[in-house]
Design a protein around this ligand. Structure first.
Ligand SMILES: Nc1nc2c(ncn2[C@@H]2O[C@H](COP(=O)(O)OP(=O)(O)OP(=O)(O)O)[C@@H](O)[C@H]2O)c(=O)[nH]1
Ligand SMILES: [Mg+2]
Ligand SMILES: [Zn+2]
Length: 305
């Protein structure tokens, strides 16, 4: 039976020309039903790409075979570029403390790339069973000075995961992003009952992830709360506007906004001491200066990992 009625849905996965779309709850349909959809060949989509996280209008719904056509795209709040996901409310940058080893320059690049979207960014440190309690507390202190309150996880302590789940259920659509092998999918499996997505140990020689997750995919935590798992990547290309950079570092942003630090020049990049009142005595200042220099000379930054 094909109904001509139109329904709203959320794109949860994308493969070639197909999309998996979860219909919003509706009295005529059972809730949480995923439909395999194709785009209607129409003017709407001439220059538009549809991403996971997009809200769409479906019609030509075949209830029996769970197929439908995407008729149009609803207005998007935002679009994360890498990985490409729409309508994100919270970004969780996930890094492991060991296996693969924590790399501060890489954590910095992930955080800056996340901050560009302008939504709340959180930092999660996984595999804390592989370090001492003293080291864990040291890392919490360190990242607090970077402007984050890191969440630390340990597979042997399920309570950490319960607390994180409570937090995630209060957010609309959160995304897990970070290098391969840090435990993003493991975390998702811990918080969604019955989900058993593929995870894999990091390679024993070089302690790197094996790029186990291949697709961006959105999962529901409730009818109002979603979470997106993404494939890990170790290298990132950051495209940053030089003059936007100071605002992407909470340590700098806080000084400019809360303490109303005024520098001598308008649009000060806080690199030369002359006439700049910013307190530069913070750990990431070296990373900041490097980013300013590369964005001035290249505009595109290609970090090593
Ligand atoms: N020791 C320890 N290992 C963990 C922990 N969390 C995850 N792992 C292991 O880390 C390995 C990689 O986990 P995945 O969940 O596949 O990592 P991922 O981030 O999804 O990796 P990609 O899909 O490649 O991006 C698995 O063998 C997990 O069992 C932890 O808290 N402690
Ligand atoms: Mg994964
Ligand atoms: Zn300045």
């Amino acid at each position: 039976m094909i109904t001509e009625k139109k329904y709203k849905g959320l794109v949860t996965k994308k493969f070639n020309e197909f999309f998996l779309v979860e219909l919003n709850q509706h009295k005529n349909l059972e809730s949480n039903k995923k439909f395999l959809c194709k785009l209607k060949k129409s003017v709407h989509f001439r220059n538009q790409i549809i991403y996971v996280g997009d809200e769409v209008i479906l019609n030509q719904i075949d209830l029996k075979n769970k197929r439908a056509t995407i008729e149009s795209l609803l207005k998007r709040n935002n679009l994360l570029e890498r990985p490409s996901v729409a309508n994100i409310s919270n970004i969780y940058v996930i890094c492991s403390v060991e296996e693969p080893k924590l790399n501060l320059s890489q954590v910095n690049r992930f955080l800056i790339s996340a901050e560009q979207l302008g939504v709340e960014v959180s930092l999660v440190l996984t595999k804390c069973d592989l370090i001492t309690e003293q080291k864990r507390l040291f890392l919490i202190d360190k990242f607090q000075l970077w402007g984050y309150q890191p969440i630390t996880l340990n597979l042997n302590n399920p309570d950490n995961f319960k607390n994180l789940l409570i937090e995630l259920k209060k957010k609309k659509c959160s995304i897990f992003m970070g290098p391969s092998g840090v435990g993003k999918t493991t975390l998702l499996n811990m918080i969604i009952p019955g989900l058993d997505n593929t995870t894999a140990p990091v390679s024993s020689k070089i302690k790197r992830g094996k790029n186990t997750t291949r697709n961006v995919e959105l999962f529901s935590l409730s009818s109002k709360s979603f979470i997106v798992d993404t494939p890990g990547f170790n290298m990132q290309t950051l495209k940053i506007d030089t003059f936007e950079l100071p605002n992407l570092y909470p340590e700098i942003h806080k000084q400019l906004v809360n303490e109303e630090i005024k520098c001598k020049f308008r649009n000060c990049l806080h690199v030369d001491d002359h006439g700049c009142n910013l307190n530069k005595n913070f750990e990431r200042y070296t990373f900041y200066k490097e980013m300013i220099e590369s964005s001035k000379s290249h505009y595109y930054l290609t970090p090593g990992d």
